[in-house]
Write a new protein. Structure first.
Length: 204
């Protein structure tokens, strides 16, 4: 197999981190990202890991078109907060984890006001306030999207389990690695020596 086409990590690693485990419900928007031939024993829809792997590459390339300090990473979800913060710190971007103060992207009188050029959300539903303000401000939106998410106002969807602690850690860990590789600042071996994916998992 051509190295450029090999998965970013073995598919077994994605599965061990439950990246492919979706939700009981599926949206029409996300149907194309699902493994329609399979459901798990609990009836959960399974995400197509080939598409997840490809989208991580796509998202990393897209992110790399922006100055890091003009990127904002958002996560209201508890399990997304630590990996989102570590991702932002690793690539040098801004982050808001936990509560997103209304007006942060639209009200210049607020102390928290920010003017990013790209926003990354962990869940379009949980991060709906940030998503709506990004749309109103004309910002492109990258979102980690589970089987039940709607893609309205999402410019690039990264299909993955966006509710699991281990899944979110692996997704943000991989995104960080791929962005830094595109910048030419690290190799796979450098990253894996310095960053243990388990350290990216939420401790909540």
């Amino acid at each position: 197999m051509d190295e450029s086409m090999a998965p970013l990590v073995p598919f077994e690693t994605y599965e061990q981190h439950a990246v492919h485990i979706g939700t009981n419900q599926k949206s029409a928007d996300m149907k194309r990202f699902l493994d329609t031939d399979r459901q798990d024993a609990a009836g959960l829809h399974l995400i197509d890991l080939n598409q997840t792997d490809a989208r991580i590459r796509t998202v990393a390339k897209f992110i790399s078109n922006y100055d890091a300090d003009r990127i904002l990473v958002v996560s209201a979800r508890q399990y997304g907060q630590r990996p989102a913060r570590m991702f932002a710190q690793s690539i040098g971007s801004k982050h808001i984890v936990g509560r997103f103060i209304p007006g942060t992207l639209t009200n210049s009188r607020l102390r928290t006001y920010l003017e990013p050029e790209l926003i990354i959300v962990t869940d379009p539903a949980a991060d709906s306030q940030a998503l709506n303000e990004a749309v109103n401000s004309g910002l492109p939106v990258v979102a980690i999207c589970d089987a039940n998410n709607k893609l309205r106002n999402v410019d690039i969807a990264l299909p993955a389990n966006n509710k699991g602690r281990r899944s979110l850690a692996l997704i943000f860990w991989l995104l960080s690695r791929e962005v830094l590789k595109i910048r030419g600042t690290i190799t796979d071996a450098d990253w894996e020596r310095s960053q243990d994916v388990e350290d990216w998992e939420s401790t909540f």
